[in-house]
Design a protein around this ligand. Structure first.
Ligand code: PEP
Ligand code: MG
Length: 566
């Protein structure tokens, strides 16, 4: 490229913008995910020419076995949530209900491909109507359908092709089975057109540490092989970037990442204002792993995640054992905040969740389940008390989905009666607006920005089309965080953030500037947040808070805070 041509392309890069999910800069040719099976192959296959329905179902069983085995092989190579997602997909492919719906369609005279498609559509409608996490399973089912049909018609399974060189994966949305099997050596970054900060893509990208931007409108129109420069902190994707310049940015980003890895805590700003950095955990295994990180305790133990596949309520003794596995991993000056069951909505727990709610996100979830079933809460608190006594770990307990001061007072009384420290989550706007009165009855508040954002913006946190609204940088969300933090400052009581917002290094600084005293996040995010905080003063954090609160929208807020802190 000549100097003048290069300067023109520098002046006029085409940049797509989306929601940044995993920071880091990466580059490579665009690699589109294959979602289509060639229509010619399907029409060649026709009705399959099977002798009878039994022969057709036997071909179905072979295709399902091949798909399930390939999920299982990928699961063996993966760990953590990625492995769980793949095993769940293998189970879903073998689902007996799905098989019997296919058999019914075949018996009714449909060709096998049409029978599979109609059966999947039937289940997708049911799952979608159930909403929340079940709706997410619809994407898994459609992915399974594409793979089974590909096997039937003799095409390669759709999904992530194996690239010849490290590439940037682009897609409308990614099925969990696509993201879960990714090799970070070959896939340098992920960019999707749909999806939000809490989508499957985001969760797995965070686990793998692959730079990721979701909700990038226009990415699916980009031609395969176009050289892309992805900035997972700014949420920008530059098309046709000049490779040498892109490489410089990638190298600089890697150096910055390696510097982060050396951060060893404890959390504080450059002028020495302490900020407690804590971890979010799901069970004993994740707690043991997280305990090795430079953190001062657990800010959120999501107890409901221990019981997602349990049919009956475990006894107090059995629950105590589960909780003690987490409490026992910490202690010695590192307290654990246990959250009581946040069952319902996107986290169905068989023994707690009410069936068939019209609108479960606004229904009987979290603390509300104890209104009709007080024993459920009492037994869980008894078990937490027991686990606390057995391990000797300082135990704080908080309730999710608290809407009124009376609910907070009632909960606090039960927790104090067991010698534990009570707090409540601020996830509903009413709790933020009355934070000062909440703090008259509890000892601490923890802001759940994931749900607070969903309820302030009236946008389902799982809705991939609403990612621009379900963004914790929304100034209206931050206003409520600021009100809550200010209430904590006046009461002299701790106010933390335990939603995904705490894991965003730039937003973390703004939250501290608002007066938040602790940040709780996935273990993998801790060092990046700690290192960022150590680079800025408390005055910088206050300036970042003002910039984020005063911004017109999330994009402007991010840009303003980046400009201030970099
Ligand atoms: C939140 O809502 O921010 C939160 C931490 O709770 P969960 O993500 O488990 O709903
Ligand atoms: Mg929540």
């Amino acid at each position: 490229m000549t100097a003048s041509a290069e300067s023109v392309s520098r002046e006029t890069p085409v940049v797509l913008r989306g929601t940044p999910v995993v920071p880091g800069v990466a580059a490579g040719p665009a690699l589109p995910v294959r979602s289509e099976i060639s229509p010619e192959a399907i029409s060649r296959f026709g009705d399959g020419g099977f002798a009878d329905a039994q022969a057709a179902m036997s071909a179905y069983d072979d295709a399902v076995a091949a798909v399930a085995d390939s999920f299982a092989r990928k699961a063996d190579r993966a760990t953590g949530p990625a492995a769980q997602v793949l095993r769940a997909s293998a189970g879903l492919a073998r689902d007996k209900g799905l098989r019997s719906a296919v058999a019914t369609n075949v018996d009714a005279g449909q060709g096998l491909v049409a029978a599979v498609r109609a059966a999947v559509e039937q289940f997708v409608t049911i799952f979608t109507n159930m909403g929340g996490l079940m709706a997410e399973r619809a994407t898994d089912l459609q992915d399974i359908e594409h793979r089974v049909v590909a096997h039937l018609v003799g095409e390669p399974e759709p999904g992530v092709p194996t690239p010849a060189e490290p590439s940037v994966l682009i897609a409308a949305d990614l099925a969990p089975s696509d993201t879960a099997g990714l090799d970070p050596e070959l896939i340098t970054a992920l960019v999707t057109e749909r999806g939000g900060a809490t989508s499957h893509t985001a969760i797995i990208a965070r686990q793998l540490g692959i730079p990721c931007v979701v909700g990038a409108a226009g990415i699916t129109a980009v031609a395969a092989g176009t050289f892309l420069l992805v900035d997972g902190e700014a949420g920008e994707v530059e098309l046709g970037a000049q490779p040498a310049r892109a490489q410089q940015r990638v190298v600089a980003s890697r150096a910055a990442y390696e510097a982060l890895a050396g951060w060893s805590g404890p959390g504080a700003t450059s002028d020495g204002v302490p900020v407690k950095l804590l971890v979010n955990v799901a069970d004993g295994t994740s707690a043991v792993q997280a305990a090795g990180e430079p953190v001062q305790g657990v800010g959120l133990f999501r107890t409901e995640l221990c019981f997602l596949d349990v049919a009956d309520e475990p006894s107090v003794e059995a629950q105590a054992e589960v909780y003690a596995a987490v409490l026992g991993a910490f202690g010695e000056g590192r307290p654990v905040v246990v959250r009581t069951l946040d069952a319902g909505s996107d986290k169905p727990v068989a023994f707690a969740t009410l069936p068939n709610e019209e609108n479960p996100a606004l229904g009987v979830r979290g603390l509300r389940l104890s209104f009709g079933n007080p024993g459920l809460m009492d037994r869980q608190l008894d078990a937490i008390e027991l686990a606390g006594r057995r391990t000797g770990t300082e135990t704080w307990v908080m309730a999710p989905m608290v809407a009124t001061v009376a609910e907070a007072a009632d909960f606090a009384e039960k927790v104090r009666a067991r010698g534990l420290k009570p707090g409540v989550m601020v996830e509903i706007p009413s709790a933020a607006l009355l934070a000062h009165r909440m703090l008259e009855v509890v000892d601490f508040l923890s802001i759940g920005t994931n749900d607070l954002t969903q309820y302030v913006m009236a946008a389902d946190r799982m809705a991939t089309d609403l990612a621009h609204l379900t963004d914790p940088w929304q100034p209206a969300v931050l206003q409520l965080v600021a009100i809550t933090a200010e209430a904590g400052r006046q009461a002299g009581k701790p106010v933390g953030v335990c939603g995904e917002a705490a894991a965003d290094p730039l937003l973390a600084c703004a939250l501290v500037g608002m007066g938040v005293t602790s940040l709780s996040m996935a273990a993998r995010a801790v060092r990046a947040v700690g290192a960022q905080l150590a680079r800025v003063s408390s005055a910088d954090c206050v300036a970042a808070a003002e910039a984020a609160l005063g911004a017109g929208d999330p994009l402007a807020g991010r840009a303003a805070v980046r400009a201030l802190l970099h």
